[in-house]
Design a protein around this ligand. Structure first.
Ligand code: HEM
Length: 164
């Protein structure tokens, strides 16, 4: 059962990550196309995001969360992996927003953004893979206190929030 779940997890995250890596390239095509071709590209990009990448993300997260409880791997590297997965989810949501804005008549996506986005996404995926495959023995106490204490993140946000 665990082997099957892990296989589903890995297959789904391959599709998810591939989608996240392809999307910036599609956004970058936008500026070279006329209105009719841009509408076609918009339809293709939306379908890729809604019908393939997002369901794959959902399956990867549900299978991963089930594995988490079945394998009881509540340790530091897993918590750090979950922080990195949170960044991947933010990248995913940002891509969804860009599908709406880049294909507007006045929408634009500068070529350098494609390489920055691809680089950041690759770096986050790399961090996740190193954490899950190496399973480094990180001491709990080595983490900053806002990552260890309940409510710590809230107090960090309050500390860095600018004074009105
Ligand atoms: C909410 C999201 C996720 C959760 C809760 C989660 C949780 C887990 C758990 C519990 C395992 C089994 C670990 C073990 O058997 O020792 C696992 C395996 C794995 N995960 Fe995730 N995961 C998530 C997302 C991801 C993402 C986004 C990636 C890669 C980009 C990833 C890559 C992997 C890989 C490669 C394995 C197999 C590792 C092995 O068998 O040694 N996971 N995940």
């Amino acid at each position: 059962m665990i082997a099957w779940l892990k296989a589903i997890h890995v297959l789904a995250l391959i599709v998810w990550c591939a989608g996240l890596l392809v999307l910036p390239g599609l956004f970058a095509q936008r500026r070279r196309l006329d209105v009719a071709r841009a509408a076609e590209l918009h339809r293709f990009t939306r379908t890729l995001y809604i019908a393939i990448t997002s369901p794959a993300a959902f399956v990867a997260v549900v299978a991963g969360t089930t594995l988490l409880f079945m394998r009881e791997v509540f340790n530091t590297w897993m918590m750090l992996k979950l922080v990195a997965v949170g960044v991947l989810v933010i990248i995913h949501m940002r891509a969804g927003y860009l599908i709406l804005s880049v294909f507007e008549p006045e929408g634009n996506y500068a070529p350098w953004r494609r390489w920055v986005m691809t680089g950041v996404t690759l770096a986050v995926i790399g961090v996740i893979l190193v954490l899950i495959l190496d399973k480094p023995a990180i001491e709990h106490g080595a983490l900053p206190s806002w990552l260890r204490e309940p409510g710590g993140l809230q107090s960090l946000v309050e500390t860095i929030r600018p004074i009105p």
